[in-house]
Design a binder for this molecule. Structure first.
Ligand code: HEM
Length: 402
């Protein structure tokens, strides 16, 4: 295949036409131009990768680097270049990446996360108790999805939930394609200052939480982490821990309500729940644009040459709707057996919080539909305020009634 040198000036991120399905353009690209060049909103260009096998290659091969400090690393949001100067470990390569990830891995194993079940269930029950005292329509994002994911990650880390308006507001700016570089820088500065203050509080009075443990064991001089490194690590966990899961809960609720046969199957056989969560992760692929990389050497993908220093975006939603791997991808089927989806990424950076996310989603959906069997979306589904243009897809508000 000949090398395409002129970038297509297509609108990127490409908006979704149907609230659930990936942009239709992904189908055309996957079939006709599986590695295609695109103009980024922040300037510069990158290669879009749309086939499942190619996406897994990009995410698992050291030829494609996650090192955000490499010149030309693709930035999708204005201001993101700033965070890439001193990135958290999600934007590092091994062995540097492994050094940080190893410090956290034992706190996110399936076994450890399982111990959080009673606590998460109690939080879900309390939120639903409160929700049911209100007069519908109620915004499910504000009353359930966001507080649940925020409360869980706050409790795990030891971040006071009372500060949620502060950090949720700032986090939103850092993942929204609509903010300016100045807004991004201001939000990041405030979040850093907040985390710095929290580290001091953990030094003075440690609690039974992950941040206190990291401060005690990993922070210099007792440990090997500089204060700014620890700070970025905690900030990444706080951010990654609530924005993604909240979007999955709200969008997943809409997807289930829009497929009443699948919801009925789930209700009659709760054993289908883990498979339903995997299918929702595949079907919605909300972190579609998160997986950015840069070529560390000259290479080739599906016949297209890629030069060292060129940016690559491994589109997760395109991979998860690749008909070669998921036949009839538009069919939402809780019995499909979709656990090999790439909704959590693939390779060394595969989501650290996936066990936690799965547990939250299982408890959230099973409790929500059991407690509110008549739940309905209180607005036309096509007209909901979807998060087009952001790094993580979702819905800003979800009015529901029952
Ligand atoms: C349904 C919810 C979630 C989705 C869809 C999701 C998706 C992803 C994806 C696609 C990646 C890979 C990024 C890359 O390769 O560049 C990732 C990494 C990561 N996620 Fe999640 N995530 C979710 C929930 C969470 C939660 C609850 C946490 C809690 C702490 C978390 C923490 C992380 C961290 C720390 C990384 C970086 C891992 C590394 O670089 O080694 N995520 N996530």
């Amino acid at each position: 295949m000949s090398r395409i040198t002129t970038p297509d000036h297509r609108n990127f991120p490409i908006p979704r036409q149907c609230p659930f399905a990936p942009p239709l353009e992904y189908d055309r690209l996957r079939a006709a131009e599986p590695v295609s060049r695109v103009q980024l909103p922040t300037g510069g260009t990158a290669w879009l990768v749309t086939r499942y096998d190619d996406v897994r290659t990009v995410l698992s091969s050291p030829v494609f680097s996650a090192d955000g400090t490499r010149p030309g690393f693709p930035a999708l949001v204005p201001g993101a270049a700033q965070i890439l100067q001193r990135p958290p470990f999600i934007r590092m390569d091994p062995p540097q990446h492994s050094f940080y990830r190893r410090m956290l891995i034992q706190d996110f194993t399936a076994k450890r996360i399982k111990t959080m079940r009673p606590g998460i269930q109690a939080t879900v029950d309390r939120l639903l108790d409160d929700l049911l005292t209100r007069t519908p329509p109620v915004d499910l994002v504000d009353a359930f999805a966001l507080p649940l994911s925020s409360l869980v990650i706050c409790q795990l880390l030891g971040v006071p939930y009372d500060d949620h308006e502060f950090f949720q507001g700032r986090s939103k700016i850092t993942v929204s394609g609509a903010s300016t570089a100045e807004q991004f820088a201001a939000a990041l500065g405030e979040l850093r200052a907040y985390m710095d203050g929290l580290i001091t509080r953990k030094q003075q009075g440690p609690g039974d939480d992950l941040m206190s443990k990291l401060v005690a064991e990993q922070l210099e001089p007792a440990g090997e982490l500089r204060r700014d490194e620890l700070l970025m690590m905690c900030l990444m966990l706080l951010n990654a821990g609530h924005e993604t899961t909240a979007n999955m809960i709200s969008l997943g609720t809409v997807a289930l309500l829009e497929h009443p046969d699948q919801l009925a199957a789930l209700r009659s056989d709760p054993e289908l729940l883990p498979g339903a969560v995997e299918e929702l992760l595949r079907y919605l692929s909300i972190a579609d644009l998160v997986t950015t990389r840069i070529a560390a050497e000259d290479t080739e993908l599906s016949g297209t040459p890629i030069r060292v220093g060129e940016g690559v975006i491994a589109l997760l939603a395109a991979a998860d709707w690749d008909p070669a791997v998921f036949p009839e991808p538009e069919r939402f089927d809780v019995r499909r057996g979709s656990r090999h989806h790439v909704g959590f990424g693939y390779g060394v950076h595969q989501c650290l919080g996936q066990n936690l996310a799965r547990l939250e989603l299982e408890i959230a959906f099973s409790s929500l539909f059991a407690r509110i069997p008549t739940l309905q979306v209180a607005a036309p589904v096509d007209e909901l305020p979807y998060k087009h243009g952001g790094i993580v897809y979702g819905v800003h508000e979800l009015p529901v009634t029952w």
